[in-house]
Design a protein around this ligand. Sequence first.
Ligand code: SF4
Ligand code: SF4
Length: 138
Amino acid sequence: MRFQCQPLCTACCDQQGFVWLTEDDILRIAAHLGLTPAAFEERYVYRTKRLRRLRVPRHAQCSFLVKDGDRGGCGIHTVKPLQCRAFPFWPELIDNKREWQKTAKFCPGIERGDLINITLARETAAEMKAAHPNLYQG
Ligand code: SF4
Ligand code: SF4
């Protein structure tokens, strides 16, 4: 398996689906934006009893995705959610060849660059699993 994120690519941010948040993600991003956690939640977070995720705005997949040619990208890159930082080393992808190949259809970084360090990739996947137990039950 090879992976190297490609400059100026934001394809993963444009996929349908949710960006799940940890409590730590919320605190970190709110502080970065100069908002209280409550104000950040009110504006950007959808919370249920078991899960929290970014709200999906109209006409986009993520409120923080900036589309501006060479200057586009994640508007909160340095503090982005664990789920975004961990991609594509998610538990459901790294040990499932079919899902990995399916992901390669939209992620041009897959099968580019150096061979991945599978130990580090699995550590990242384990971090995801531990941070989102309700997503990875069973
Ligand atoms: S789709 Fe792949 S190459 Fe593109 S930004 Fe996401 S991880 Fe990087
Ligand atoms: S938070 Fe940033 S990295 Fe995550 S989906 Fe939104 S724009 Fe992409």
